[in-house]
Ligand binder design. Structure first.
Ligand SMILES: Cc1cc2nc3c(=O)[nH]c(=O)nc-3n(C[C@H](O)[C@H](O)[C@H](O)COP(=O)(O)OP(=O)(O)OC[C@H]3O[C@@H](n4cnc5c(N)ncnc54)[C@H](O)[C@@H]3O)c2cc1C
Length: 415
C-alpha cells in the first residue's frame, strides 16, 4: 500500500491534518489503533477557547503544585513514583514558571488559538459538520474574593497584552441574573465571549464521515509498530496490518507520541496528563453557557444534546483506571455552584490522557533528523482549540507553501 502522506493517530489533531492535506489533493492514509476519536478527543470539555492563552507554567504555580502533590484528592495530582522522563519533564516545567517564559508561551499560543478559531468556522461551514458549535462564550466563576481579585490582574494583562478583554460580572445578584443556574455564594465572574464550544464526540463522528467522503483512507484497528527510515529519509510505517510506504509521515499520536522519538531522532517531551469527565443528560436547570469553577478546578459544558462535567489533572503515567474518588471531585465541585449540578442518568465516566508539553505549547513541524517526518502533537489542554490551525500548518509545510502563521514557536528543536 502507498500514499503521499500517512498520518499516525485519528484524534482531533490527526483528523484535521488529514482534512487539510486531502483538500490540497494529497492522497492520505490515516492509521488509528482503535477507532477515530476514541482517546483524548472524545470526552473532553469541547471548549474552543482563544481566552486560554496562558500556559500551565506560571509564576507561583510551582508552590501550588508541590502543595497539591501532598494533598489527597487534589484536582492536580502527581502520583509519586520513580520515572526519569516525568522527573525531567517536571524539572523543565519548574524552569518555565517565570514571567518571561509565561509570556513567550502566551504569545505562541495566542497566534494559533486565534487562527484556529477562525479556521473552525470555515471548516464547519465547508464540510457541513454538525457538531453543536455554539459561540456564546465561557464564564470563569470565582468563589473566593482573593482568587477573584488575583484574576482581575490576569484579566487586565490578557486585555492589554493579548487583546482578550472579559466582561466582569460582580456579586451574587448580577451573577444569578446572568446565569440563573448558579447558586449564591460567588464573588464574581469573567465572561470571555471570544470563546465557543462544540460537542467533541460528535465532531469526531462527523469528521470521520467527512474524511471518508473526501477520499482519505482510514485504517482503524491498525497499530503503527515502527517508523522505517532509509538513511535520513522516511520510507514507510510498519503496522499490525502490513507496511505502508509514503512520502511523508505525520505523528499525531497524542500522549503516545513519545513512543516514536527514537525513530524520529528527536526528543518528544510529552507526558500523559490524565483528566476525567462524566457525560449525562442535561439537568432540569441547565446552565446556558460553559463555566469553569476556578476555585475547585471543575468545568461544565452544556451541549445541545447533553451535559458534561470535566477536569482534574493527574500525572500517573499511562494509567487506564478511573478512581471513583477523583471522579467524585467533579460532581462534588459542581454541587457547590449549581442548583441542579447533575443530569440523570450519569451516562458515561471517561478518562483521557492530555498530551502535555512542559511549556503548554504544541509541537508542530518537521522532525529535523528524518526527512519527510512531521510532528503534530503535544497539544496539552488545548487540542480541540488548536486542531484546525495545526492541520493547516502541517499541510502548508508539507506542500511547501507559505505558512499562515509563523511556525517557529512550535518547532520541536526548542527542546
Ligand atoms: C478532561 C479533559 C478536558 C479537556 N477539555 C478540553 C477543552 O475543553 N478544549 C480543548 O481544546 N482541549 C481540551 N482537552 C484536551 C484535548 O482533549 C486534547 O488536547 C486533544 O484531544 C488531543 O488530541 P490528539 O489528537 O493529539 O490526541 P488523541 O485524541 O489522544 O489522539 C491520538 C490518537 O492516536 C492514536 N494512536 C496512538 N498511538 C498509535 C499507534 N501506534 N498507531 C495507531 N494509532 C495510534 C490513539 O489511539 C488516539 O486515537 C481536554 C482534555 C481532558 C482530558
Amino acid at each position: 500500500m502507498a500514499a503521499d502522506v500517512v498520518i499516525i493517530g485519528g484524534g482531533v489533531v490527526g483528523a484535521m491534518c488529514a482534512r487539510y492535506l486531502a483538500k490540497t489533493g494529497r492522497s492520505v492514509t490515516l492509521v488509528e489503533q482503535g477507532t477515530m476519536g476514541s482517546l483524548c478527543s472524545k470526552g473532553n470539555c469541547g471548549y474552543v477557547s482563544p481566552s486560554h492563552v496562558l500556559p500551565l507554567a506560571e509564576p507561583g504555580v510551582l508552590f501550588k503544585t508541590l502543595k497539591s502533590m501532598t494533598t489527597p484528592n487534589s484536582p492536580f495530582h502527581i502520583r509519586p513514583r520513580f520515572d526519569l522522563a516525568l522527573l525531567g519533564w517536571l524539572t523543565n516545567f519548574a524552569r518555565k514558571c517565570n514571567e518571561k517564559d509565561m509570556m513567550a508561551a502566551g504569545t505562541a499560543l495566542n497566534a494559533i488559538l486565534r487562527s484556529s478559531f477562525d479556521e473552525y468556522k470555515k471548516v464547519i461551514a465547508e464540510d457541513y459538520l454538525d457538531c453543536e458549535w455554539q459561540h456564546e462564550g465561557i464564564l470563569f466563576v470565582y468563589r473566593k474574593a482573593s482568587e477573584f481579585e488575583a484574576f482581575c490582574k490576569t484579566d487586565d494583562m490578557l486585555a492589554e497584552k493579548f487583546d482578550r478583554p472579559a466582561r466582569r460580572i460582580v456579586g451574587d445578584d448580577a451573577l444569578i441574573e446572568f446565569e440563573p443556574a448558579l447558586k449564591p455564594g460567588n464573588t464574581g465572574a469573567f465572561l470571555y465571549d471570544c470563546d465557543a464550544h462544540l460537542r467533541p464526540d460528535k465532531l469526531m463522528e462527523q469528521m470521520r464521515a467527512s474524511l471518508v467522503s473526501q477520499g482519505v483512507t482510514l485504517l482503524e484497528g491498525t497499530k503503527v509498530e515502527e517508523i522505517v527510515t532509509e538513511g535520513s529519509r522516511f520510507k514507510a510505517v510498519k503496522t499490525s496490518q502490513g507496511e505502508i510506504e509514503a512520502g511523508h509521515v505525520v505523528v499525531a499520536a497524542g500522549a503516545l507520541s513519545p513512543l516514536f522519538q527514537k525513530a524520529l531522532r528527536c526528543k518528544i517531551p510529552v507526558q500523559p496528563g490524565k483528566g476525567l469527565s462524566i457525560t449525562m443528560k442535561r439537568p432540569k436547570i441547565c446552565p446556558k453557557i460553559p463555566m469553569i469553577f476556578h476555585d475547585h478546578r471543575v468545568a461544565i459544558t452544556p451541549f445541545q444534546t447533553g451535559y458534561r462535567i470535566g477536569s482534574t489533572m493527574e500525572f500517573a503515567g499511562y494509567d487506564t483506571t478511573i478512581n471513583p474518588q477523583r471522579l467524585s471531585l467533579l460532581t462534588e465541585g459542581a454541587k457547590l455552584y449549581l442548583h441542579d449540578p447533575v443530569g440523570e442518568p450519569e451516562e458515561e465516566p471517561w478518562f483521557g490522557w492530555r498530551p502535555m508539553t512542559y511549556d503548554s505549547v504544541p509541537i508542530i513541524g518537521p522532525a529535523p533528523g528524518v526527512q519527510g517526518a512531521w510532528l503534530a502533537t503535544g497539544h496539552s489542554m488545548l487540542g480541540i482549540s488548536l486542531a484546525t490551525s495545526t492541520g493547516k500548518l502541517i499541510s502548508e509545510m508539507i506542500n511547501g507553501e507559505k505558512p499562515h502563521i509563523d511556525p517557529q514557536p512550535y518547532a520541536v528543536t526548542r527542546f
